[in-house]
Design a protein around this ligand. Structure first.
Ligand SMILES: Cc1ncc(COP(=O)(O)O)c(C=O)c1O
Length: 469
C-alpha cells in the first residue's frame, strides 16, 4: 500500500468514526505533513483521493473540509421487528421469481447480488488462466482434484495468516463458490427436521438451503449496526435443541451489520458451551471500508467448531465459482461430501486465481474496489435523501455494496418491486430475506455498479413510486 493511500485511509477512518465531523476543517497540508510525518505531496495526493471518494471537499482559499452531508441523510433503522420462534421455510418460489427478473440486463440493477464485473481485473485473470494452463502438467490437471489446487490453498492459508487467524492448509476445502461451502457445511452437521439458528433478516440463499435440507429456522434478530442479538440467541440455545448456527459476523447480507470483536468472542463462547457448530458466511470479508480487515468468529475457534466459508466471487473473480471452507473438525467430512456431489471446482479457474495471487496486485485491486464501493455508497445515500420519503430509514454499512431501506409501513415492497421492474429498475424486496416473508415494507438496494445519471434517474423514479403509497 502506498504511503498516501495509507494516510488517506487513516483520515477516512477519522471521518467515519465522527472524530472529524461533517463541515469540520481537515488539517491543512502543512499541519498534516508535520503532525503525521509525511511529505506535503503525500498529503496532497491523499486529499485528492479523499475528494474523489466524496469524503472531503475543497473550499477556495480556506482548505479542505469534511463533506456536509451526514446531518441531512435519512436516519438509520434501529432494531429488526420480532420473529417467530421456529419456522418451516418456503421462500424459494418467491426468491426465484425475484432473482429471475434480475437477469434482464436492461434494468438498473439495484436488486443485483453482484457488484459490477467492470470493477474486477478480468483481463489480468484471463492472462493468469492462460499462463497457469500452459504451465500445468497433464498429470497435474487431475492430481489435486480431491483436495483442491495446492498452490491456491497455500495462498488462501497465507491470507488467513496475514489477517491474524493462522490455520493449517489441510483445513481448507476448495469449493464451487462460498455457496457450496455453506451448503456442505450445514449438511455435514444437521439431519432433516433439525433446528438451525439463523439471522433475521437473512441472506435468501441461507433460507433456500434450509428449505432444501428440510431444516427448521430459529430466526434471531439482527441489529442493523451491531449484528445478531447474542442475548436472544443465548436464550434460544438454552431452551431449544438447536443443532447448528449459520450467520455472517461481518457485513451481514442484507443489513451490512458487523459484530464487534467482543461480541464475536461472546458468541463463540456461547456456541462452544452448547457444542453447536457455526457456519460462518464471510463472503464479503475483503470489502471493508476502513484500513483493517475484521477478524472472523473463526479467529476465536480453538476446538474446530467453526466452518468459515469464503469466496473470490465478490472480491476478485465473479463467475469463476471459486470459494472455500475452512472446515475445522468437519473439514474431512465436507471434503467427502464434495467428492460425492461435485468432485471439484473447475481446475482452470483455480489455477488462474492461484497464479493471479502469486503475481501480486490483489491488495491493490482490493483498495481500488473498496474505494469505488465507498464512493458509490455515498452517492446512493445522497440520492435516497433527495428522492425518498423523509420517514424512510436506511443503514450505513462500513463495507460491502448493499443498503437496507425501511420504508414507511404503508409501502408494500413486493408491489413496489413489480412496479419498479415495469419502470426498468430491479430491487430486492424485504420478504425474500425472511423465513416468514416479513419485512414487507423493506428492500435491499445494491450500489455495486458505478454511479451514473441513469442510477440517479432510477432513484428519482423509485422516489415517485414510493410517494404513491
Ligand atoms: C452473503 C453471501 N454469501 C454467500 C454468497 C455466495 O457466494 P459465491 O458466489 O462464492 O457462491 C453470496 C452471493 O451472493 C452472498 O451474498
Amino acid at each position: 500500500m502506498k504511503r498516501y493511500e495509507r494516510f488517506a485511509d487513516e483520515i477516512s477512518e477519522l471521518i467515519r468514526k465522527g472524530v472529524l465531523a461533517p463541515g469540520e476543517r481537515v488539517p491543512s497540508v502543512r499541519e498534516a505533513s508535520r503532525h503525521y510525518g509525511v511529505s506535503p505531496s503525500t498529503v496532497f495526493k491523499a486529499y485528492y483521493q479523499l475528494e474523489d471518494r466524496g469524503l472531503i471537499t475543497a473550499r477556495p482559499r480556506s482548505g479542505y473540509f469534511v463533506r456536509e452531508q451526514a446531518p441531512r441523510l435519512l436516519t438509520e433503522p434501529e432494531a429488526t421487528p420480532g420473529q417467530q420462534e421456529t419456522a418451516d421455510i418456503a421462500v424459494s418460489e418467491l426468491a426465484f421469481s425475484v432473482l429471475s427478473s434480475l437477469q434482464n440486463r436492461q434494468t438498473v440493477p439495484f436488486g443485483s447480488a453482484f457488484p459490477s464485473p467492470a470493477l474486477f481485473p478480468l483481463a489480468r485473470l484471463a492472462r493468469s488462466m492462460a499462463k497457469g494452463l500452459r504451465e500445468i502438467t497433464p498429470a497435474g490437471i487431475i492430481a489435486d482434484m480431491a483436495t483442491g489446487d495446492g498452490d491456491l490453498r497455500r495462498q488462501i492459508a497465507l491470507r488467513y495468516r496475514m489477517g491474524g487467524t493462522p490455520l493449517p492448509v489441510e483445513e481448507l476445502v476448495i469449493t464451487n463458490g462460498a455457496m457450496e461451502a455453506l451448503n456442505l457445511g450445514l449438511q455435514c452437521v444437521t439431519s432433516p427436521g433439525d433446528l438451525v439458528a439463523i439471522e433475521s433478516p437473512a441472506f435468501y440463499a441461507c433460507l433456500q438451503v434450509l428449505e432444501r435440507l428440510q431444516l427448521k429456522a430459529v430466526e434471531i434478530p439482527v441489529h442493523p449496526r451491531e449484528g445478531i442479538d447474542v442475548e436472544i440467541l443465548a436464550e434460544r440455545l438454552a431452551r431449544l435443541p438447536i443443532r447448528a448456527c449459520w450467520l455472517m459476523s461481518h457485513l451481514q447480507n442484507p443489513l451490512g451489520a458487523s459484530l464487534s470483536d467482543a461480541r464475536k468472542q461472546q458468541l463463540y463462547t456461547l456456541l462452544k458451551a452448547h457444542d453447536v457448530p457455526l457456519i460462518e458466511d464471510d463472503a464479503y470479508a475483503e470489502l471493508y471500508f476502513g484500513s483493517r480487515p475484521a477478524r472472523p468468529v473463526k479467529h476465536y475457534d480453538d476446538v474446530g467448531l467453526v466452518i468459515h466459508c469464503g469466496s473470490f466471487s465478490k472480491s476478485l473473480a465473479p463467475g469463476y465459482r471459486i470459494g472455500w471452507a475452512a472446515g475445522g473438525r468437519y473439514a474431512e467430512a465436507i471434503s467427502r461430501l464434495k467428492l460425492m456431489t461435485t468432485i471439484s471446482p473447475s481446475v482452470p479457474a483455480q489455477v488462474a486465481i492461484a497464479d493471479y495471487l502469486h503475481q501480486g496486485g490483489f491488495d491493490r485491486h482490493l483498495r481500488k474496489l473498496r474505494h469505488a464501493l465507498e464512493s458509490q455508497q455515498r452517492q446512493m445515500l445522497a440520492a435516497a435523501t433527495r428522492y425518498f420519503p423523509r420517514e424512510t430509514r436506511v443503514t450505513r454499512p462500513t463495507g460491502g455494496y448493499f443498503l437496507w431501506f425501511e420504508f414507511p409501513r404503508r409501502v408494500d415492497a413486493l408491489d413496489l418491486f413489480h412496479r419498479a421492474l415495469d419502470a426498468g429498475i430491479s430491487i430486492a424486496p424485504g420478504p425474500i430475506f425472511s423465513a416468514t416473508q416479513a419485512y414487507r415494507h423493506c428492500a435491499r438496494l445494491s450500489y455495486g455498479d458505478p454511479w451514473t445519471p441513469r442510477s440517479e434517474e432510477a432513484m428519482a423514479i423509485l422516489g415517485k413510486l414510493l410517494a404513491t403509497y
